[in-house]
Unconditional design. Structure first.
Length: 140
């Protein structure tokens, strides 16, 4: 591959895109670790464009409003830029702008989770605990 063809290939890779698949964009914007996880979330109805359910192949354009339900939190944001390639975290945040209502709601949920005590697990059962459990189960 000579220099001119390499330059042409890189310019087409960095070309401005008019529309991107929703699953690809969610992966590129780092909402999901893999495209497969993005597709599963979309199929389950955890991702909505406006107020309607969508398919993973739906073209996404700048200015669209997406809602993503993930890990008990709800993200509502406007698409600011499109990318088909996964970007670094600081660059990925430039792809969208979260609404203030969504941001305050997520921060309140985070504070609520922090205020709850973490669950305490006593660890592995001892030999005595195991025997007591076996005796209890054999009685039934």
């Amino acid at each position: 591959m000579n220099a001119s063809s390499r330059a042409a290939a890189s310019s087409t890779a960095d070309a401005v895109v008019a529309a991107v698949r929703v699953d690809k964009w969610l992966w590129a914007a780092r909402f999901f670790k893999t495209r497969r996880l993005a597709v599963e979330a979309i199929d389950k109805g955890h991702v909505q464009l406006g107020d309607e359910r969508i398919k993973p192949s739906r073209p996404l354009r700048v200015g669209n409003t997406l809602t993503v339900h993930k890990e008990g939190a709800k993200w509502t944001f406007t698409v600011r830029a499109l990318s088909e390639r996964r970007l670094s975290a600081p660059l990925a945040t430039a792809l969208y702008e979260e609404t203030t209502a969504s941001l305050t709601e997520r921060q309140a949920l985070l504070e609520q989770r922090r205020a709850q005590p973490s669950p305490h697990f006593p660890g592995r059962p001892t030999k005595r605990d195991r025997r007591a459990l076996e005796d209890f189960l054999s009685e039934a």
